[in-house]
Design a protein around this ligand. Structure first.
Ligand SMILES: Nc1ncnc2c1ncn2[C@@H]1O[C@H](COP(=O)(O)OP(=O)(O)OP(=O)(O)O)[C@@H](O)[C@H]1O
Ligand SMILES: [Mg+2]
Length: 350
């Protein structure tokens, strides 16, 4: 089995290409490696799911793409956004742009939109829903207020808010959690972005509303042709909507594959653990097996595999002394685990 860099085979340029992304945070006495060499691509119109337990670096990875990390973070690597609407962006590393400058502001909210993890706090309580949707439209699509209002009303209809003329003038506190999340989606999609980043878009919602919001995102994606980066700790959400999945652990992507392969042929012991610990409707799974232990803090990590202490397949003398290389197990499936090195092929199906 050959080790190769993932995602280099496609001849067409992907919409988004992230290479060796690192986010470090200086703590009192040490450096936290919150994101540690993450690489992935997203093709036009496709959905990549980024999944992993709390604290593994999903939000910092996704915020990096909009150059929105908090100022205490040092962010390095390469993020290329191949917009088909703006040729001037081709080859430009987003991380080289001034994070408050004109260029990044022409991308944010227009070509790349984000639904943030905190839906309840992301809307201002002081302005009407209509005003908040119109704000982004007036900034990026039209200066004509009448036209902006028409687009805003159309977006409210699209996200399933009926009686939109009346709801337009309501304030966020007059909406339920699910409805506010719909408004967030309306704001994010009002400018027809080429890429939508959705960070835990349904976590705060109950299960029925969650299914409705995912359905809504899928149908709007079909209609508008945008790509989605979906960030979640929930594999059930991933199964609903994603084409490809990247599994993160302790700041690294430990496995990446098409969604059906992740569920049917998971390789990394962490991915298997995540699948075994979740209830999946219709599988008749009898018993859930949580992964033992907790995610350590990414401070002063030695060369050992980050999952070593929790892994039931760990190989002493190998996994605890060497950095884990990425192995390509098939053309579109990669894994970062010594079980899949050339010398360990027999262990693959363990
Ligand atoms: N501003 C900050 N200052 C210090 N540490 C931070 C900061 N932001 C994030 N971190 C730490 O960086 C790591 C990754 O954070 P991140 O928010 O990306 O995780 P996450 O995968 O999105 O988790 P969750 O599922 O809980 O949202 C965590 O250990 C977190 O505590
Ligand atoms: Mg997060």
């Amino acid at each position: 089995m050959k080790q190769m860099r993932a995602n280099k085979r496609s001849t067409e340029q992907p919409l988004l290409s992230v290479e060796d992304l690192k986010v470090t945070i200086q703590m009192d006495n040490a450096v936290l490696k919150a994101v540690d060499g993450v690489s992935f691509t997203i093709e036009k119109g496709k959905t990549l799911g980024l999944v992993g337990e709390s604290g593994c670096g999903k939000s910092l990875t996704s915020r990096s793409i909009m150059s929105l990390n908090p100022k205490e973070c040092e962010t390095t690597g390469e993020i290329l956004f191949n917009s088909s609407l703006d040729q001037k962006l081709k080859g430009l590393n987003i991380l080289d742009l001034d994070p408050t400058g004109k260029k990044i502001r022409s991308i944010r909210g227009k070509k790349i939109s984000m639904i943030f993890q905190e839906p309840m706090t992301a809307l201002s309580p002081l302005y009407t829903i209509g005003n908040q949707i119109m704000e982004n439209i007036l900034l990026h699509r039209t200066k004509n207020k009448k036209e902006a209002k028409q687009i805003a009303l159309e977006m409210l209809r699209k996200v399933g808010i009926s009686d939109e003329e009346k709801r337009f003038n309501d304030y966020p506190h007059e909406f339920s959690g699910g409805m506010r999340q719909r408004v967030m989606i309306a704001i994010a999609l009002a400018c027809n972005p080429e890429l939508l980043i959705a960070d835990e878009p349904t976590t705060a919602l109950d299960v029925t509303i969650q299914a409705q919001v995912l359905e809504l995102m899928k149908s709007l994606q079909d209609e508008l042709g945008m790509a989605i980066l979906l960030v979640t700790h929930d594999l059930g959400v991933i199964a609903e909507i994603c084409d490809e999945v990247a599994v993160m652990y302790l700041g690294e992507i430990v496995e990446k594959a098409p969604v059906h392969e992740i569920f049917n042929q998971p390789k990394h012991p962490y991915t298997k653990g995540l699948i075994n610990s979740m209830p999946i409707l219709g599988t008749g799974k009898q018993r859930l097996e949580p992964i033992e232990g907790t995610v350590p803090l990414a401070i002063n990590m030695s060369h050992k595999c980050g999952f070593y202490d929790r892994c039931t397949h760990r190989i002493q003398g190998i996994c605890d002394v060497q950095a884990v290389p990425e192995t390509q197990v098939s053309s579109n499936h990669s894994v970062r685990c010594f079980l899949y090195n050339e010398h360990e092929e027999d262990e693959q199906n363990a």
